[in-house]
Design a protein around this ligand. Sequence first.
Ligand code: AMP
Length: 196
Amino acid sequence: MRLILLGPPGAGKGTQSARIVERLAIPQLSTGDMLRAAVAAETPIGLKAKDVMARGELVSDEIVVGIVADRIEAPDAERGFILDGFPRTVPQAEALDRMLAGKGMHLDAVIELKVDEEALVARIANRAAETAARGEPVRKDDNPEAFKIRLAAYKAQTAPLSEYYRGRGLLCETDGMAPIDAVTAEVEKLLQTKSA
Ligand code: AMP
C-alpha cells in the first residue's frame, strides 16, 4: 500500500504514520526526519537545508525529490510506504507521479488530517515543552516564529495538493481534531476500504 499523509505542521502526521507502520508493516518515509538526519550528519544536503529548515521555509523541490527517489528504491519500500511530509508542493507531487509511473506503481490513498489553525499553535508549543521535559533537544523550528512561517508555507504551497489529489480520486479527509485514537480508528477504516 502506498499512502500519503497530508496536513499542516502539528496535525499529527508523525503520530498517525507511526501507527500505520505498525499495522501495515510498511516504512514511514518522513522527509523532515531524513533532512534532520542530513543536517545532524553535516552532509552536503544537510548543510544546504540547515538554515532554510530552521527558518521554517521549504527546502528546494530538487533536493527533496532526490532524497525521496533514492529512498523509495530501498528494498523495505518495495511492498509500500507512507509518505509523511512529502509531497509539499505541486511540482513535488508531479515528480512523485512520474517516479511511481516509471516503476509501474501508483498511490493507493492520500489521507488528509483536517485541523483548526488555532489548535496547531498550542500543539506545537506542547510538543516543544514535552520534548524539553524529556531532556531531548527541541526542534529548531518548533518555536512560534518559525511555526508561523511553516504554516504560511503550508497554506501557500501544500494546501493546493488537496485539490490535486481530489481530482485524481485519491483524497480521503479525516478529522484531525478528534482524539488520537479516534483519528487512528478513522484512518484504519479508510485503509480497510482501500485494501478491500
Ligand atoms: P517536517 O518534519 O515534515 O515538519 O519538516 C521539517 C522541515 O523540513 C520543513 O519545515 C522543511 O523545511 C523541510 N521539509 C520537510 N519535507 C519537505 C518537503 N517535502 N519539501 C520541502 N521541505 C521539506
